[in-house]
Write a protein that binds this ligand. Structure first.
Ligand code: SAM
Ligand code: DTB
Ligand code: SF4
Length: 360
């Protein structure tokens, strides 16, 4: 049995982050090779099934209704639209589809029933299905599991301390509660965060400490570099340097040896050489497709050229865990409960974003 360390301290992680780069890379690559095939990369495609108009105030997010960004908003897609997009993703080498909705939390009702049907449909295409729908209750997690969901993405986004500077409409604890609800099922956990929001190295490492000290650790950890979108409070943040991304990936790999470390938002601005360094440092997954949710991403041909240059091959679906069974709606053992959960609305003001960006 692999020994996974669940008592990381911030000091240990900061010490790793600040190591001379060649030593950090060597250590991370050694851990990576112990647990993963270094020539394999897991490819996920994002589908924004409901875009924009979100009531939350996440300071980085172009989909928050309160910021004036230039995005096209869309109501919930149909199951057939999503099926067609998933088939295209499959033919482009993706093993996973991740459906994102600009919701604060899932509400029982017609829309959730439609999402459950999307999950059943994609699972039957023999692809891993992931959803990121905001906060969910335990019963909703169970219903998603029954439909055949493979992974649920819910990011903690930053350190508990810096989180308050980024989001005021729901707390860090709420995030952990949703992750705990997912953990009550056999759905795998995908949780990571964003760098480049004005946080310190200590914040980055504190975020990794929270993730690495979960038991079990998340099966996937997306590392996003902020895409600074005009109209959001973070529009003026300076771009993340590739060296920061490489260090972040390397520390994530060392702290979470078994996890899939996903190079997520921000890849559009990374060179092939920079991405190759990230793969060497232990990244073994990407989001593919011309678009993330609302912002551009490298095109699939470009990614395929990169993989060919590096001799890397896309991983097949269910390489890490067996395909979940899909239970049809009529046979479901979990009913909608119509709960009105009391998620917190902490009293922090989003104005702090402005202070944070001035400080940075
Ligand atoms: N509404 C759901 C939620 O917040 O959980 C799901 C979608 S939300 C867009 C998923 C994640 O995308 C966020 O938690 C954040 O980590 C990431 N994200 C959103 N906007 C981003 C940006 N501009 N740059 C980098 N990452 C971003
Ligand atoms: C994650 O960590 N990153 C993805 C996915 N999980 C849902 C989303 C990135 C979004 C970037 C901004 C946008 O395209 O709207
Ligand atoms: Fe809404 Fe999610 Fe964007 Fe926050 S990150 S504003 S919850 S879509």
């Amino acid at each position: 049995m692999t020994q996974i360390k669940n008592n990381w301290t911030d000091q240990e992680l900061v010490a790793l982050y600040n190591k001379p780069l060649m030593e950090l890379l060597y250590e991370a690559a050694t851990v990576h090779r112990q647990f993963h095939d270094p020539n394999k990369v897991q490819v996920s495609t994002l589908i924004s099934i409901k875009t924009g108009g979100c009531p939350e105030d996440c300071g980085y997010c172009p989909q928050a209704a309160r910021y004036h960004t230039n995005i096209e908003t869309n109501d919930l897609m149909s199951v057939s639209q999503v099926k067609a997009m998933a088939l295209r993703a499959k033919s482009n080498g993706s093993s996973r589809v991740c459906m994102g909705a600009a919701w604060r939390n899932v509400k029982d009702g017609e829309d959730f029933e439609q999402v459950l049907e999307m999950v059943r449909t994609i699972n039957k295409l023999e692809m891993e299905v992931c959803c990121t729908l905001g906060m969910i209750t335990e019963n909703q997690a169970k219903r998603l599991a029954e439909a055949g969901l493979y992974a649920y993405n819910h990011n903690i986004d930053s350190s508990e301390e810096y989180y308050k500077e980024v989001i005021s409409t729901r707390g860090f604890e709420d995030r952990l509660q949703t992750i705990a609800n997912v953990r009550k099922t056999n759905v795998t956990v995908c949780s990571g965060g964003i760098i480049g929001m004005g946080e310190s190295v200590a914040d980055r490492c504190a975020m990794l400490r929270t993730l690495a000290n979960m038991s079990p650790q998340p099966e996937s950890v997306p590392i996003n570099a902020l895409v600074a979108v005009e109209g959001t409070p973070m529009e003026d943040q300076k771009p993340v340097e590739i060296w920061e991304m490489i260090r972040m990936v390397a520390v994530t790999r060392i702290a979470m040896p078994l996890t899939q470390v996903r190079l997520s938002a921000g890849r559009k601005d990374m060179s092939h050489e920079g991405q190759a360094m990230c793969f060497f440092a232990g990244a073994n997954s990407i989001f593919a497709g011309d678009k993330l949710l609302t912002t551009p991403n490298p095109n699939v041909d470009d990614d395929m050229k990169l993989f060919a240059k590096l001799g890397m091959k896309p991983e097949k679906p269910f390489a890490k865990k067996a395909q979940p069974q899909t239970v049809e709606a009529q046979d479901s053992s979990f009913l909608p409960l119509g709960e009105k959960p009391k998620w917190t609305r902490p009293g922090h003001s989003i104005e702090k974003n402005k202070l944070a960006s001035k400080k940075a």
